[in-house]
Design a protein around this ligand. Structure first.
Ligand SMILES: Nc1nc2c(ncn2[C@@H]2O[C@H](COP(=O)(O)OP(=O)(O)O)[C@@H](O)[C@H]2O)c(=O)[nH]1
Ligand SMILES: [Mg+2]
Length: 330
């Protein structure tokens, strides 16, 4: 991977990643994120070579509105875990185009402890693109981190949008963080996201907020009762904690481990992961098949007109598809 066109020795790369070399890990992730066809083939060979070394981590997805405290929670929780001897990888999914070098830096400063922790590895979201593309790269990165010996992977959703579902689809435990002061917040949470939650945790339960946090927890508990649970083996708990003081962080992790134990015992964890793998395959295939469509010049030029015509009812959707297929020569 040194010279631009030098072929990559995949088995050597796999071995160096397995040995826990962080520089090699970073470079391998860059390879995974590359759009070059030869890099993509190497990346596929690499993930295949590493497959037996993957899958052992506790994978936790963390979501919630901007400002709820996702990054601080990761910093506090991650530090507790590295102190226990765990190796923690922190990844993010951010399909928005607003993201700049500045916000990546901001993320690292929000995780001040972990950023300087030898047993933690923080990798910002891959550069913006389609959600499918960004999520695919993050999943591959997760596998690389697992092969490098990280036994906890925390994935933060950054953008507001559909990234929650993508993150729930790549993790074992989906943690939804909310703010004290229910009512309004309850309205703001998308029902689909609550349905995916393996736990709802009310953050910032510190100082004057403790009472309001407890009230919020009670409301969420009531709300969860009327939803059908995601798993027959788990009822999502609702708890309060503070990422700032660390109160409740240990309890939070106990729930994650408890969930893991119950779902492992019932076989649900294995089947959930199996289903996820097949979903990844299809998502990557879709990405691959659609990429040339998106970059086709003739098609790009014709699409606005076709969409307008279809929307106005002047062109039948089927006729538009025929024209598009003709443009693409298939
Ligand atoms: N009081 C209090 N403030 C917190 C807590 N967790 C995060 N914050 C603050 O909330 C703001 C947003 O936190 P951040 O982790 O960046 O949120 P994110 O956007 O969800 O990643 C920051 O100013 C934090 O200092 C907490 O437990 N208690
Ligand atoms: Mg953040």
């Amino acid at each position: 991977m040194t010279a631009r066109n030098e072929p990559v020795d995949v088995s050597r790369l796999a071995r160096d990643i397995g040995a826990g070399d962080r520089t090699v890990l970073s470079r391998a992730i860059t390879l995974i994120e590359s759009k070059r066809a030869d890099h993509r083939r190497t990346a596929a060979a690499l993930t295949q070579a590493l497959l037996p070394a993957t899958g052992k981590a506790v994978r936790v997805g963390i979501t919630g509105v901007p400002g709820v405290g996702k990054s601080m929670t990761i910093d506090t929780l991650g530090t507790v875990l590295t102190k226990q001897g765990r190796k923690v990888a922190v990844l993010a999914v951010d399909p928005s185009s607003r993201r700049t070098g500045g916000s990546i830096l901001a993320d690292k400063t929000r995780m001040a402890q972990l950023a300087n922790d030898a047993n933690a590895f923080i990798r910002p979201s891959p550069a913006s693109g389609t959600l499918g593309g960004v999520a695919a790269k993050t999943r591959e990165t997760m596998l690389l981190c697992e092969a490098a010996g990280y036994d906890v992977v925390l994935v933060e959703t950054i953008g507001v949008g559909q990234s929650e579902i993508a993150v729930a689809d790549m993790t074992d435990f989906f943690l939804v963080l909310v703010l004290p002061g229910a009512g309004d917040e309850l309205q703001g949470l998308k029902k689909g996201v609550v349905e995916l939650a393996d736990m709802i945790a009310v953050n910032k339960a510190d100082g004057d907020n403790i009472v309001r946090a407890k009230a919020a927890a009670a409301e969420y508990r009531a709300a969860l009762h009327i939803l059908s649970p995601r798993s027959p083996n788990w009822s999502p708990p609702v708890m309060t904690y503070s990422a700032l003081t660390g109160d409740g962080i240990a309890q939070l992790w106990t729930h994650v481990l408890d969930h893991r134990e119950k779902l492992s015992a019932s076989g649900e964890l294995a089947s959930r992961r199996g289903e996820q793998q097949v979903k990844w395959m299809w998502a990557m295939l879709e990405e691959r098949v659609f990429a040339p469509l998106r970059s086709d010049r003739a098609l790009k030029a014709a699409l606005p007109r076709l969409e307008t015509e279809v929307a106005a009812g002047r062109l039948a959707p089927a006729a538009a598809v025929e024209e598009i297929a003709g443009l693409l020569g298939r």
